[in-house]
Write a protein that binds this ligand. Structure first.
Ligand SMILES: NC(=O)c1ccc[n+]([C@@H]2O[C@H](COP(=O)([O-])OP(=O)(O)OC[C@H]3O[C@@H](n4cnc5c(N)ncnc54)[C@H](OP(=O)(O)O)[C@@H]3O)[C@@H](O)[C@H]2O)c1
Length: 247
C-alpha cells in the first residue's frame, strides 16, 4: 500500500448520478475501490441496489431521484451530506434528424443532460454542501465535436455541458473547487441501444486503438479528477476515445 497515495479517495464523500447502470455504475465502483464513500443516485431502485451491493467498503448509500422534475432535483440536494466530489453521469440520448426535432424532444434531452447537472451543482454549492477544494466532474461526450446523423440534440446538450463546466470552473476557482469534463468515445451500455448493430460495426472501424471503451476506463479518469493527484487541473476537457478524434 502506498502511503499518502495522491490518487486515493479515502475520507472523500462522492455523489455519482446515473449510477444504476453503465458508466455511472463503473465510476461508483472504481471510486469505492479507491476508498471513497459513495452516494449513488438514479430512478431505478432495483438497479441502484445492485450497484450498491457491488461497491467495496462501507457507508455507501443510494438515493432515488428523477431529474425530469424540479422536485426530484430539489429533494436529492436536500438529502445530501457535505460532499468532496460529484460526478454528473446521468444522461440519455435521442436521435432524430433535424426536420423531426420539436420543442418537447429538446426539452426532454436538455432537462436530464444539461438542466439537471447545472442545477444540482448550483444548488449543492448554494447549500454549502461541497467542500472547499472539492471536485466536480461532468460526463460529456466526444459527440460535442464529432457529428453523426440524427444526433443534433445530444450533441447540443453535451456541448452546453462543456461550456457550463468551464464557466463554473472559472467562478469557483476562488474556493479551490475544481470543475472538469470527461468526453468518452463509444462505450457499449444501455444508452447505446439507440444505435443499430450495423452502425456499431461500422463505427468501431474508426477507432485507431481498434475497439470501443469499457465503462471502467471512464471510472479511472473520474477517480483521477476527484483525487488530490489532479489538484492543479480545472476547466479541462479530457477525451477518452481510443484515438477516435485524432483525425
Ligand atoms: N455509452 C457511451 O458510448 C457514452 C459516450 C459518451 C458519453 N456518454 C455519457 O455517459 C453517461 C452515462 O451513459 P451510459 O452509457 O452509462 O448510459 P446508461 O447505462 O443508459 O446510464 C444512464 C444513467 O442515467 C440515469 N438516468 C437517465 N435518465 C434519468 C433521469 N431522468 N433521472 C435520473 N437518472 C436518470 C439512468 O438511471 P435510471 O434509468 O435508473 O434512472 C442510468 O443510471 C451519459 O451522460 C452519456 O451521455 C456515454
Amino acid at each position: 500500500m502506498i502511503e499518502n497515495n495522491p490518487f486515493s479517495l479515502n475520507e472523500k464523500t462522492v455523489l455519482v448520478t446515473g449510477a444504476s447502470s453503465g458508466i455511472g455504475k463503473a465510476i461508483a465502483q472504481e471510486c469505492a475501490k479507491m476508498g471513497a464513500k459513495l452516494i449513488i443516485t438514479a430512478r431505478n431502485e432495483e438497479r441502484l441496489k445492485d450497484t450498491l451491493q457491488s461497491l467495496v467498503g462501507n457507508g455507501h448509500q443510494y438515493i432515488i431521484a428523477d431529474f425530469s422534475s424540479d422536485d426530484g432535483i430539489n429533494d436529492l440536494v436536500k438529502s445530501l451530506p457535505i460532499l468532496d466530489g460529484m460526478v454528473h453521469c446521468a444522461g440519455l440520448i435521442k436521435r432524430l434528424p433535424l426536420k423531426f426535432v420539436n420543442e418537447s424532444h429538446l426539452t426532454e434531452i436538455m432537462q436530464t443532460n444539461f438542466f439537471a447537472p447545472a442545477l444540482i451543482t448550483q444548488k449543492i454549492y448554494k447549500a454549502k454542501k461541497i467542500q472547499q477544494e472539492g471536485s466536480v466532474v461532468f460526463i460529456s461526450s466526444v459527440a460535442t465535436g464529432f457529428a453523426s446523423f440524427g444526433n443534433i440534440m445530444y450533441m447540443a446538450s453535451k456541448g452546453a455541458i462543456n461550456s457550463l463546466s468551464k464557466g463554473i470552473a472559472f467562478e469557483l476557482a476562488t474556493q479551490k473547487i475544481r470543475v472538469n469534463c470527461i468526453e468518452p468515445g463509444m462505450i457499449v451500455t444501455n444508452l447505446t441501444k439507440a444505435i443499430s448493430d450495423e452502425e456499431l460495426a461500422e463505427d468501431v472501424k474508426r477507432y485507431p486503438l481498434g475497439r470501443f471503451g469499457k465503462p471502467e476506463e471512464i471510472g479511472y479518469a473520474a477517480v483521477y479528477l476527484l483525487s488530490n493527484a489532479s489538484k492543479w487541473i480545472t476547466g479541462s476537457v479530457i477525451k477518452i476515445d481510443g484515438g477516435l478524434t485524432l483525425r
